[in-house]
Design a protein around this ligand. Structure first.
Ligand code: SF4
Length: 190
């Protein structure tokens, strides 16, 4: 679980979390959030210094470019506030539907879509809730959103992510003790 406070912190933490563990992101942001408090702070960051501050999260050059770029747009176009709608969030560098859905659901309480990360992809495919490929995140999101009432979208993503970490792991899922193995077409076959 990512540590975050306001929408800006959640946005930054979510961008940093790509290809990185939440634990590592939380270590990095515990210092980062003390230094950078507003979008203007990130927009004015020295790129080389910022890269070093987030280096341990991996892909640090690209992440630094995206965070500074997104913050600059937030300052210039959105009055320094993280936008609370999908179209404007998608206009920020480094923000695709997954990140936008995380921010909308968790910072603004808006169920605009289902968050589809690597855990949601894997578990929903094993449960045969979708048959899409891993590179079809947007289509997986559409399949899942058609199966569930909108009010359940955010909670459903959280549950699948939790289940994917605790039980339905990529390697050696613990099917014999899985609480939903009686519902799962893949039980014992992965
Ligand atoms: S039964 Fe196995 S494959 Fe199915 S959800 Fe549980 S852990 Fe995952």
């Amino acid at each position: 679980m990512l540590n975050r406070g306001d929408p800006l912190e959640l946005l930054v933490a979510t961008i940093l979390s790509a290809q990185c563990t939440d634990k590592r992101v939380n270590i990095v942001t515990s210092e980062l959030f003390k230094k950078y408090r507003t979008a203007a702070d990130y927009a004015g960051a020295d790129p080389a210094e910022f890269q070093q501050e987030i280096r341990s999260t991996g892909f640090f050059r690209n992440k630094a470019k995206n965070i500074i770029g997104a913050a600059t747009i937030i300052v210039e176009r959105f009055d320094g506030e993280v936008p609370d709608n999908m179209d404007e969030l998608l206009s920020l560098p480094g923000v695709a539907r997954k990140t936008a859905n995380v921010v909308l659901a968790n910072a603004f309480g808006k169920n605009v879509g289902v968050v589809v990360d690597t855990h949601v992809m894997r578990v929903s495919k094993r449960l045969k809730l979708t048959s899409r490929e891993n590179n079809q995140g947007d289509k997986i999101e559409k399949d899942l959103s058609e199966l569930l009432p909108r009010r359940e979208w955010a909670l459903f993503s959280h549950l699948l992510i939790f289940h994917g970490r605790a039980c339905c792991r990529a390697r050696k899922p613990t099917c014999p003790i899985c609480p939903i193995n009686h519902l799962c077409p893949s039980a014992g076959k992965v």
